[in-house]
Design a binder for this molecule. Structure first.
Ligand SMILES: [Zn+2]
Length: 491
């Protein structure tokens, strides 16, 4: 099956084909490290994570670059406010960002270049644009002359002919006399303090857009496969990246442009004044766990607006619990088998069990309908993901499978349990929500639950209630389900 991706450049779903067979080169616009990113930012990083994971799942080698913007107006302004050096200030928020990414189980990009480490590359790119006549120098900086680049607007399909002069002069990224021309290099001003580089194009600092062009082309080549970001970056940031890069190299910069939609919080645009502005840390402090947050962020198709609600987080938690319960049940089946195997081996050795009986109990049986179910689920999951990463549909199919298996857990052989567990793990290469190893239920608790079940089977309810209390004191409770019981940790 071919992966089809929606390309903002052509406004159509296209068959994905990397420039080099099996090698995908991908660039994602990263954070500006001047505070803790909010969940809207994490939606963008989660979208590129799902894309990357699915490319890996499909067998591609992926080189993923995500930049760290550690110099711009905001980082300079806020580092001064805190009376810290730019480096000290941005390093603090870079570390915080990396911690968040880890908590959300977002695969760490292969390279995370910092803008301040690539000033030479940016200067060279600006020099090239000056040489070729795409850039000009004025009093406060060097600007890109967008009228010189005939393809300007091909990504955002924007028509700039109506933009009036002076309309955007308040934003210091633009030339004051040609308001659509954006800054490539900004000459040093008093407010910049000690933040400047002495370079061949003058004393100053880079504009924001040039940083992504310089770093992506340095690390991935003049032309590469995928560039990702939020829809808010289509214009002007990505439009400007294309202009700078293609003007300088004369080559097509990026084949596929992928953009994720906005996030809403409780149905409203996220804003500090509405009190619905959340960082990951805010949500963790409220007692939500990172896995549920990850699940909620990934569960809506990336090109649809995502309504992030606290109810939605509860529903996500429930979805994760469903997977976890099944995983634990399957693990118990597999563990039981190991025990029976040892017991039977002893019986067999002492001639207390006949060979044919041994094979029967040994549990080598395998239900062929399970294999079929897995096959169909895998095909459905992949078909949905191949259709421009339709994750909501893929998750529907995946949970349909879980429901089906839950109906059968009583009769599963341990062999089948192993096969199903293997399949869940396989799908989790894309979802990244199943790492429960850190929360393994201790052997002692499992034994207590089994004893309690035995007591129940023998209608000894006093004993079963007693064992439930013992488990509770140890931090676990047990739920009776249609297919037996489930152990949960009390949180
Ligand atoms: Zn960027």
């Amino acid at each position: 099956m071919v992966l089809r991706l929606y390309n903002t450049l052509t406004r159509a779903k296209e068959d994905f084909k990397p420039l080099k067979l099996n090698e995908v080169k991908m660039y994602s616009c990263g954070p500006t490290v001047y505070n803790y990113p909010h969940i809207g930012n994490y939606r963008a990083f989660m979208s590129s994570d799902i894309l990357k994971r699915y490319l890996l799942y499909k067998g591609y080698n992926v080189a993923h670059v995500m930049n760290i913007t550690d110099v711009d107006d905001k980082t300079i302004r806020d580092s001064k406010k805190e009376k810290k050096s730019l480096k000290e200030f941005t390093e603090f928020y870079t570390l915080a960002f990396l911690e968040d990414m880890k908590a959300l189980n977002i695969l760490t990009p292969d390279i995370m270049p910092k803008a301040t480490d690539y000033i030479d590359e940016m200067v060279k790119l600006v020099q090239k644009l000056l040489e070729k006549g795409y850039a000009y120098k004025v009093k406060d900086g060097i600007y890109f002359k967008i009228s010189s680049f005939k393809d300007y607007g091909k990504l955002s399909h924007i028509d700039l002919s109506h933009t009036k002069k002076g309309k955007r002069v308040s934003n210091d990224e633009y030339d004051k006399t040609n308001p659509n021309d954006f800054a490539l290099w900004k000459f040093w001003e008093k407010e910049d303090g000690d933040v400047f580089w002495e370079t061949k194009i003058g004393k100053g600092r880079p504009g924001w857009h040039i940083e992504c062009s310089a770093m992506s082309m340095k690390l991935l080549g003049k032309s590469f496969d995928i560039h990702t970001g939020g829809v808010d970056l289509i214009f002007p940031h990505h439009e400007n990246e294309i202009a700078q890069s293609e003007a300088a190299t004369g080559k097509k910069f990026v084949s596929f442009w992928l953009h994720n939609e906005y996030i809403l919080v409780e149905g409203k645009k996220m804003s500090k004044s509405l009190g619905n502005f959340y960082t990951l840390r805010d949500l963790l402090a409220k007692g939500y766990d990172a896995k549920s947050i990850r699940y909620l962020l990934l569960s809506t198709h990336y090109r649809q607006q995502l309504n992030f609600t606290l109810d939605g987080l509860d529903a996500s938690k429930h979805a994760i619990e469903r997977i976890k319960e099944l995983v634990n049940k399957l693990k118990r089946k597999i563990d039981d088998k190991t025990k029976i195997k040892t017991q039977n081996a002893n019986l067999l050795k002492n001639n207390l069990l006949k060979k044919n009986e041994h094979d029967k109990i040994h549990d080598k049986t395998h239900d062929k309908t399970i294999t079929k179910l897995i096959e169909n689920t895998k095909i459905g999951f992949e078909e949905s993901m191949d259709d421009d990463l339709n994750i909501s549909e893929a998750l529907g199919i995946f949970f349909g499978f879980i429901t089906e298996i839950n109906k059968r857990t009583d009769n599963l052989s341990s062999k089948d349990a192993e096969i199903i567990l293997g399949f869940l793990t396989h799908i989790d290469r894309v979802l990244g929500v199943m790492k429960f190893d850190d929360e393994e239920i201790p052997e002692e608790i499992i034994e207590l639950a089994k004893k309690r079940q035995e007591a129940r089977n023998n209608k000894n309810y006093a004993e079963s209630d007693n064992l439930r209390e013992v488990m509770k004191k140890k931090g676990y409770y047990v739920d009776d389900t249609s297919s037996g019981y489930a152990i949960k940790k009390i949180v």
